[in-house]
Design a protein around this ligand. Structure first.
Ligand code: PFF
Length: 455
């Protein structure tokens, strides 16, 4: 069994934590979490989300890192090799392919949203938000969505930045930048929460997020639960091999459980902080929490427009958000690139250009769905919304389900025990075993069955 990956290794355990946290913390926490929570009425959704992180997300993250480290290749080849070693069916590599498809679809729309944040750096920095009110902010956002040329330019710039890093190799290049900019984003988010506490309606925002009002779910509880679970997968970067491939660059000595606890903890903290920064401003300015994907792009400019040094804070905030999106996007492209390098013999540069170019093309369809193609819908959704819904709520949980079944039922217990058991008390390992064999897969299956109307 190999102890290193041909694509390189993290220089330290800390480098892995930074990179995996960089993957997890992104638009999912600051853009997607607040708007999804807002669409499903707040507190009850947040509670279900937190339960999903604890009972499904964390055990699956442990499994992904473990499988990646065991396989030391791209997810497709890792699954093929591990299945062969267990004498299991080669069809397990399908898991890797589902991940490639999910990564492809996610990155195509993720890059468009990251483009919005880049566009907002300029808008904030040039003082466009000064003294703005809710309707004024909505008008600026609507104008951006209606301008395909601008969306195209920002989407293209973002994809170029992603390809640039992936082409150089994730283990080099990424590390230094993440170390400085992630803490900076965190500090800025805390400042935003403090501002919201002082200038916004903090009581209302806090209550909205943390008072579980299950009647808010009653219109469609199955849909709300599916979305909370999907958000957990999306936010923790699970179910598509991103964390698996990052695990494949992790040294055999590092403790998987401790690392995962830190990564999942930071991810959850950032999501909660984002909620605490946004909802007090939503309520103080008479905006609706159920605005959908535009929520932070309409809400935060109102706050930046009122606060001292708002132009500076606003530009810095959107810049750091774009950076967080960048470190996530890199992990979305990496499994595809690693596969092309391993199986097609491409160099990293060629592989990154090819995979990134294909994603970029599909991203154009996503950005056009906001304007020129807005009349074209499938299942009542435009392309961008459809990709967002389909990946988070179907493909990632499906990938996660397969990972749980493989790690819990197919892989020799001896293997998982030696990967996980050594550094922790036996009870923690046993808890993980129960969660990965029973709780996580059954929860995903029940949510799927309920959604498809079978139960
Ligand atoms: N976790 C990222 C976020 O919250 O923005 C998005 C993401 C990255 C999802 C990588 C899936 C993934 F594999």
């Amino acid at each position: 069994m190999s102890t290193t990956s041909m694509h390189g290794m993290w220089s330290s355990r800390l480098a892995f934590i930074f990179a995996a946290t960089g993957s997890a913390v992104g638009l999912g926490n600051i853009w997607r979490f607040p708007y999804t929570a807002g669409e499903y009425g707040g507190g009850a959704f947040v509670l279900i989300y937190l339960l999903c992180v604890a009972a499904i997300g964390i055990p699956i993250m442990v499994a992904e890192v473990m499988l990646g480290r065991r396989g030391r290749q791209s997810p497709i080849n890792t699954m093929r090799a591990l299945a062969a070693r267990q004498g299991a069916h080669p069809a397990w590599q399908l898991l890797g392919w589902i991940g490639i498809l999910a990564g492809f679809l996610i990155l195509s729309f993720y890059s468009v949203i990251a483009g919005w944040t880049l566009a907002y750096v300029l808008r904030a920095g040039s003082g466009q938000f000064l003294g703005i009110d809710g309707p004024g902010s909505e008008a600026i956002f609507a104008a951006l969505k209606a301008a395909p040329g601008q969306l195209f330019a920002w989407h293209t710039l973002f994809m170029v930045l992603v390809v640039l890093i992936v082409a150089r190799g994730v283990a080099s290049g990424l590390e230094r930048a993440v170390r400085i900019l992630m803490p900076a984003l965190f500090v800025l988010l805390v400042i935003m929460v403090l501002y919201a506490a002082q200038a916004g309606d903090f009581g209302a925002g806090f209550a909205y997020l943390f008072t579980p009002d299950f009647s808010a779910l009653s219109a469609n509880p199955g849909e709300a639960i599916l979305n909370a679970m999907g958000q957990a997968f999306f936010s923790l970067s699970l179910g598509m091999g991103a964390i698996m491939i990052y695990g494949s660059y992790l040294s055999s000595q590092a403790s998987i459980g401790t690392n995962v606890a830190i990564i999942a903890g930071m991810d959850t903290l950032v999501a909660v902080l984002a909620g605490l920064a946004i909802f007090p401003i939503v309520f103080a300015n008479g905006l609706a929490p159920s605005k959908g994907p535009g929520l932070i792009f309409v809400t935060l400019p109102v706050a930046f427009g009122q606060m001292p040094f708002g132009a500076l804070f606003g530009a810095a905030f959107f810049l750091l958000l774009a950076f967080a999106a960048w470190t996530s996007a890199i992990s979305l492209l990496e499994p595809m690139v690693a596969y092309l390098v391993e199986n097609k013999g491409f160099g990293r540069v060629r592989a990154s250009l090819l995979a990134g170019g294909a994603v970029w093309l599909l991203g154009i369809a996503c950005l056009l769905s906001l304007n020129a193609w807005s009349g074209f819908t499938l299942f009542g959704k435009g392309i961008l919304d459809l990709f967002d819904y389909l990946t988070a709520n179907v493909l990632l949980p499906l990938g996660g389900l397969l990972i749980a079944i493989f790690a819990g039922w197919i892989l020799d217990e001896q293997v998982s025990r030696s990967e996980l058991g050594a550094s922790h008390g036996a009870w923690l390992y046993r808890l993980w075993r129960v969660l990965i064999r029973w709780v996580a897969p059954l929860c995903v299956i029940l949510v799927f069955l309920n959604k498809s109307g079978l139960i």
